[in-house]
Design a protein around this ligand. Structure first.
Ligand SMILES: Cc1cc2nc3c(=O)[nH]c(=O)nc-3n(C[C@H](O)[C@H](O)[C@H](O)COP(=O)(O)OP(=O)(O)OC[C@H]3O[C@@H](n4cnc5c(N)ncnc54)[C@H](O)[C@@H]3O)c2cc1C
Length: 407
């Protein structure tokens, strides 16, 4: 039985493990966090179209639907201007017929629960070295004893360790899209329930949305700076200071939101970068999801891409079973167009999601509200032109049913 080591247990990792197991492989998943960061934590992510189809084929669509966020209305507020209401369900329907928004932690929990009985998970550990001798890969870990696998796959996100070990430092493999993103939990100060409030300003977007499962809320801050910021991505205090400095003096509800910045345990901050690699394997080491081709957090449909590419990777490896590197090559060919389109769509979204001018601050809310009032077919056309809809629908999911191994 082929042994595959997967680094990362979030979205791409467990989806890949599920399908590899179904196709007769023996996957092991190593996850850096000591216990799974699951449940009601994390930001809200989206499964669109083919991403929903992948979880349907895993028979998890009902559970995922039940765990979805219930954010249905977005109100865009700007100082001195009338608020603009947007129906979020209609906005998403314009991108794809099928859509679920779910907290990333909830999605991970469902995927983990669906795989934990059949698959070995190792928490609180990380790969330190991979040596590919052409016939297999010797792996060392921070804690566990060295082991040998037939294949190693990095599903370990934007700052992937497997990518660093195989393709080199991140600096040369990413494109900065000019923005930054911070997210954290706080009490539901504004009685949001299932609403999202958004405030726009030049080079700034702040939002807060309710999390119905906990009765709490999340605050998200997006901003652009004239020059790229240098910061240590492990130094949370430094990152909090950056957000505080950027938004000090910003009116609206920001002072209340910032009161929880210092104490939020789940504070997250990162640059909005995309990974620019255009090949996702070397020998017997491959990459999937954000590790290989993050289009940029929150702007390019990364969760759908992670689920879909993990499914395709498992299928192509199973189809090539006796020649796993050939399976990796076939996987690259299948997903290449989707990756290219999602990167292009993310770059476009990045230009428009945070207003760059006073005119954009005035126009964006009305354009968004007007878009959802258009017939679905016209909305789809608009999203296709933006590129997001096109990128999410670029890959017809292959059917790998004949590769299932009955146990
Ligand atoms: C704030 C924010 C908002 C977002 N909003 C959206 C959205 O609205 N819609 C959308 O579709 N997408 C969104 N995304 C993007 C989405 O979260 C990712 O595209 C998706 O989670 C990618 O899944 P993944 O499994 O490839 O990687 P990740 O979810 O990043 O998971 C990587 C996993 O690897 C683990 N790991 C990291 N390093 C190691 C290591 N050395 N060893 C072992 N394990 C390791 C991590 O702990 C993690 O569990 C957002 C992202 C962020 C950060």
């Amino acid at each position: 039985m082929n042994k595959v080591l997967i680094s990362g247990a979030s979205v791409a990792g467990p989806v890949l493990a599920f399908w590899l197991r179904r196709f007769g492989f023996e996957p092991t998943v190593v996850e850096r966090t000591p216990a799974l960061r699951h449940g009601l934590g994390g930001h809200a992510v989206d499964l669109f179209g083919s991403g929903v189809e992948v979880v349907r084929r895993m028979d998890l669509d009902q559970q995922i639907h039940e765990a979805r966020t219930l954010t249905t209305r977005m109100t865009i507020e700007r100082t001195g201007k009338r608020p603009v209401d947007v129906d979020i369900a209609k906005l998403s329907a314009g991108i794809s017929d099928r859509h679920v928004e779910i907290l990333r932690g909830e999605l991970t929990k469902i995927l983990y629960d669906a795989t934990r009985d059949d698959i070995e998970y190792v928490f609180g550990d990380s790969i330190t070295a991979v040596t590919d001798d052409g016939a297999g890969v010797d792996v060392t870990f921070e804690h566990a004893e060295p082991r040998r696998f037939d294949l190693v796959i990095g599903a370990d996100g934007l700052h992937s360790k497997v990518r660093r070990l195989t393709f080199g430092p991140e600096e040369g493999l990413r494109r900065h899209l000019g923005g930054y993103l911070a997210v954290y939990s706080l009490p539901d100060l504004f009685d949001l329930g299932n609403r999202m409030l958004v405030n726009l300003d030049v080079n700034r977007l702040v939002s807060t949305y309710g999390v119905h499962q906990t009765g709490e809320a999340r605050a998200a801050f997006l901003f652009r700076t004239p020059a790229e910021l240098r910061f240590d991505h492990r130094d949370r205090d430094e990152q909090r200071r950056i957000v505080e400095a950027e938004f000090r003096g910003h009116g609206w509800r920001v002072p209340q939101l910032l009161e929880y910045l210092a104490t939020a345990e789940d504070f997250y901050f990162d640059a909005i970068n995309q990974i620019t690699l255009d090949t996702w394997h070397r020998g017997r080491v491959g990459l999937v999801g954000d590790a290989g081709f993050s289009p940029g957090p929150a702007i390019g449909g990364g969760t759908t891409l992670a689920a879909v590419t993990a499914y395709v990777l498992a299928g192509e490896l199973a189809a090539a079973r006796d020649d796993l590197p050939a399976g990796l090559r076939a996987y690259e060919q299948r997903i290449g167009r989707s990756v290219t389109l999602s990167r292009a769509a993310a770059r476009k979204t990045m230009k428009s999601v945070i207003p760059t001018s006073r005119a954009a601050v005035r126009m964006v809310p009305w354009a968004t509200a007007a878009l959802v009032k258009l017939p679905a077919s016209v909305q789809k056309l608009a999203w296709a032109q933006n590129g997001l809809g096109k990128s999410l629908n670029a890959l017809d999911l292959p059917n790998y049913d004949n590769l299932t191994v009955r146990r």
